[in-house]
Structure formats: structure tokens, C-alpha cells
Design a protein. Structure first.
Length: 351
């Protein structure tokens, strides 16, 4: 059978039903993850194998090491997700995988595994945009959708405000002009000698610091919905060089407060300007303690429905891939097996 000549099962059909069981696979960066999710929101299992230890000594993700590790881990991780969900291949209705954005070698491992499993089980393959999946993570634990909804997506590679008008309909309201918020956390942590990954390290260090010790710049806080974090990173470096005895917890807390002030101010403005009644956050930086606290306070003050995923659903995982894949299958049907991995895939409307 030619790759794209689909059998009835491959076309969706019953598989696209409301209780379809989707196996999700995520390998875009340094987490090998697989999950089984029924009906888009019922998470039966979610397994994440982190490669943090492999990359820590290099101070960041090494693409070639990531691809090799995904290769070794993908089958055991998928097998564990299926065992934990109590299902075998005959029960899976579709296989969804992240096709981008991400590291090309890393993406290819997950995409190839997903296509092979879809062909073996004779079920649809579904291509998922990693950024769209981060939006869906916010809905996984609170499916009470209120659209239009503004999502603040803050990860290691992206910082953007997205208006989700409907499933599959997105408008990018603003994004970073230079560094992503997570990238700023990682670079500042590395400079302060706090290790990798930087976000959780700064979060911990800041617990013992004074957020008002240093008044770092809140770049572009009153200026539109775009972001800029590279000036803040430079301000931290300059301050520490000029004050070598400064307390590291104070610097960490003051840096974190500057990032969070900007993120929360812009998210509120985006909701006000668009008239959205709901605000969600997603992406690894949404695991940050101060951001979570200030996000909830802002939503309460502004009378907005807050979607705040658990920390495990903020950082990379495959439950969000399976969830986004379920909606994609329901609305657009299966993806052709000719769909390739795209390291620069953008978030665009597909409906
Ligand atoms: O979404 P994610 O897991 O992967 C990407 O798609 O990029 O995000 C990873 C980013 C890293 O930059 C990491 O330092 C940051 O999220 N991060 C945090 C926290 N946990 C992870 N940043 C601030 N505070 C945290 N607690
Ligand atoms: Zn991510």
C-alpha cells in the first residue's frame, strides 16, 4: 500500500469519535515523552523521561546527544505509557507526534516512531504543532473552555501572547523581539553559576532573596504586546560585575520579579484589549512559582477565568500532544504520512 493510500481506519472514521484514545509522542527537545489520552482530556498515562543529566555538564541541550538519547528511550517510554494506561496497540485509535518546532534530529525520532506505529496498528497519524500543544495543556485539567481566550505561552524557545478564538484558530498578539523568557532564565542562571536548567534553579534561589533588592528594567512594559528580555539579561550581568559582593538570592529574586512583572502586565493588557474573559498560561516558564502566584492574583482582580496547568503540564510532556492531536483529528482528520518534521514550524490557524 502506498504511504498515503489510507485504509478506512487510517481516514479517521470511528477513530475520530469523542472517546478516541490517542497515543501522543513528544521528542522536540530534551524530553522523551509518551502519553495515552482518551477523548482529548482524560489522561490515562503520561510518561516523561528527562535527559537533563546528559546535558547538564554542557550547560545546555546538545542536539546530537538529544537525538541519540531519544533513539534509545522512545520504545521503552512508549511501552511504559501503554502499560500504565493498561492498553495494547489494538486499543489505540490514533498516534499523534510533535512535528515542530524543535531540534530536527530530535523531532525525526518521534515522528518516525509515530508513523511506524500508526502503520503497524492501521490507525491515523496526526501531526501536532508543539506550540499549539502548549495551549491545549491549559485545557487538559480544566476543559471548561471560555473562548476567546488569551494564552501567555512562555517556554525556552518562545514567548508569545496568543488569542485562541476557537479550536485551531489563533491570532498572535505579541511575541519576543529577542530572547525567550525561558532563555533569559537559563542564561542568567548560567551566569550566576546556578546550573542547568536555569528556570527551576532561579525559582529555588529566589525563595531566599529580596525581589526589591535591585530594580532591574521592565523592558517595554508600557509599550504594546511584544516583549524584550536581552536588555534585562545584560543589566543583570552589568550589576553583578559592578557589585561582586551582591547576594545571589537577591539578584535571582530581583531578576525573576522583573520578568514576571512584564509577563503579567502584558497578559492582562492583552485580555483587556481583546475583550477575552479567560486567561491561560503554558510552557516551561509557567511552572515558575512567582508567575503562578501573580497570574492568579491578576485574574482574580480582573474577573478573568484563570487556566493554570499543573507544573507537570507546563513543561514538555506528551499528554498535551495527545490532547491537541485529538482535536486536530476531530476537526481536520488525519495528517498525510508524507508530513515531515519542521524545526521552524509556526503557530498558524488551520481552520
Ligand atoms: O516548555 P519547555 O519545557 O520546553 C520548551 O518548549 O522550550 O520550557 C523549558 C524552559 C526552560 O528555559 C526552563 O528554564 C524554563 O522553561 N523553566 C522555568 C521553570 N521551570 C522550567 N523557568 C522559570 N521557573 C521555573 N520554575
Ligand atoms: Zn515546550
Amino acid at each position: 500500500m502506498p504511504a498515503d493510500a489510507a485504509s478506512p481506519r487510517l481516514l479517521g472514521g470511528a477513530a475520530a469519535g469523542s472517546d478516541a484514545l490517542v497515543l501522543g509522542i513528544e521528542t522536540s527537545c530534551d524530553e522523551t515523552a509518551a502519553a495515552c489520552v482518551r477523548g482529548g482530556t482524560d489522561v490515562l498515562s503520561s510518561v516523561v523521561s528527562s535527559q537533563v543529566d546528559l546535558h547538564a555538564k554542557y550547560g545546555g541541550v546538545v542536539p546530537e546527544i538529544a537525538s541519540r538519547a531519544h533513539n534509545e528511550l522512545i520504545i521503552p517510554v512508549v511501552a511504559r505509557a501503554m502499560v500504565e494506561a493498561g492498553v495494547d496497540g489494538r486499543r489505540i485509535d490514533a498516534v499523534a507526534a510533535t512535528t515542530g518546532p524543535g531540534l530536527i534530529g530530535a523531532l525525526l525520532v518521534g515522528v518516525s516512531a509515530a508513523k511506524a506505529l500508526a502503520l503497524t496498528w492501521d490507525v491515523p497519524f496526526v501531526s501536532v504543532n508543539h506550540l499549539e500543544a502548549h495551549l491545549y495543556a491549559a485545557l487538559l485539567e480544566d476543559p471548561h473552555l471560555e473562548l476567546p481566550m488569551v494564552v501567555l505561552l512562555v517556554s525556552g524557545g518562545h514567548t508569545m501572547l496568543v488569542l485562541m478564538e476557537d479550536h485551531g484558530r489563533y491570532r498572535i498578539l505579541g511575541q519576543t523581539l529577542d530572547d525567550a523568557a525561558g532563555e533569559a532564565f537559563d542564561k542568567v542562571a548560567r551566569f550566576l553559576g546556578l546550573g542547568y536548567p536555569g528556570g527551576p534553579a532561579i525559582d529555588r534561589e529566589a525563595m531566599d532573596g529580596d525581589p526589591e533588592a535591585v530594580r532591574f528594567p521592565r523592558s517595554m512594559i508600557d509599550d504594546g504586546l511584544d516583549f524584550s528580555f536581552s536588555g534585562l539579561k545584560t543589566a543583570v550581568v552589568n550589576h553583578v560585575r559592578a557589585n561582586p559582593d551582591v547576594s545571589t538570592p537577591d539578584v535571582a529574586a530581583s531578576f525573576q520579579a522583573a520578568v514576571v512583572d512584564v509577563l503579567v502586565a502584558k497578559a492582562r493588557r492583552a485580555a483587556a484589549e481583546t475583550g477575552a474573559r479567560a486567561l491561560a498560561i503554558g510552557g516551561g516558564v509557567a511552572a515558575n512559582s512567582l508567575l503562578r502566584e501573580q497570574f492568579l492574583t491578576a485574574c482574580t482582580d480582573d474577573g478573568l477565568h484563570a487556566f493554570l496547568p499543573s507544573r507537570a503540564m507546563c513543561t514538555d510532556n506528551a499528554a498535551m500532544i495527545a490532547s491537541a492531536g485529538w482535536y486536530r483529528l476531530r476537526d481536520d482528520g488525519p495528517s498525510p504520512l508524507s508530513t515531515g518534521a519542521d524545526p521552524n514550524l509556526r503557530l498558524t490557524s488551520h481552520r
